[in-house]
Design a protein around this ligand. Sequence first.
Ligand SMILES: [Zn+2]
Length: 333
Amino acid sequence: MILRRNLSHPSVPSLRSMITSYAILMIYQRMMSACTFADLLSANGDWDIGKLSTTFTAEAISHIISVKSPDPNDTEDVIIWRWSKRHNFEVSSAYSHIFASPWDDKDQIWDLIWKNMVPQRVCLFLWLTCRQRLMTNSERCRRGLGTSAVCPRCHMADESVLHTLRDCVELKAAWMQLLAPGMREVFFQLDLHSWLRCNLSSHVALPGDDIPWRILFASLLWQLWKNQNDLVFNNLSAPTKSLVNKSLALARYYNEPLKQSSSLVHRVEQNHVWPRPPKCWVTKIIWTPRDANKLADRLAKCVNSHLFDVLTLDEPPDYLQPILAADISALHS
Ligand SMILES: [Zn+2]
């Protein structure tokens, strides 16, 4: 009781205010330890990549060095506080900065994501993509969880969100199969947010199939991300043609309720009855738990995640061998 009374006393700072004070102190210390332009230039005034790499990521450095290095005669090379008018550090402006919400809930992009006619898990994936929260190697490095930001597929660039879903050389072929020639140039030049906004707001439909592009776009994005995860975690990768076919089939499936609701034909309710098989057949339907049929379960998972076309196996694949061996040993025991 004494502890509670003391904590509620006005002279005892609340946890929130202590955390805020600590955050402001950290911001101030970080600002004071920040480097000036002079700390990032070589002796002859050009960008020094070695010095830049101690502070910035490789992606940021490529942007920085594309801009002319600053001329020391232009203006005074000092550290400024951007959130106050006089550019001096002020606690009040730091406080406002900490509690300012970066979230724009009026942005149309949220409607484009959450009202797209795709399953909720795909909407959630699109939302994470838009927020740049996908656990790519770049993001893992940024969070201090990994040491290499390089793409595990092409090993030619950092695995950023855009690279994983659009720019990786091996995945471009998938997009090229679906994009009209007139769309290709712009499609590969937009930044992430503009790219998502442009494609998710599209009213274009795929010729012949009548599938809205915004649905097919989301469907292929989802397949590409799953495929990238299969490469990282299972060392498996589906062919581009298979990914496109599966995305098309799923997009048709997602689009079906839309077509039905927009159809002028009235919906007719019908009871579908399972037809009785001929007398010469005896049919038994038995429910088998997944653990009791690991072979079928493993096959189903493999086919479901990698292949959409019909697959014929001449002999059991390697990943079934341990299960088969276990089944055989159980039969003989
Ligand atoms: Zn790549």
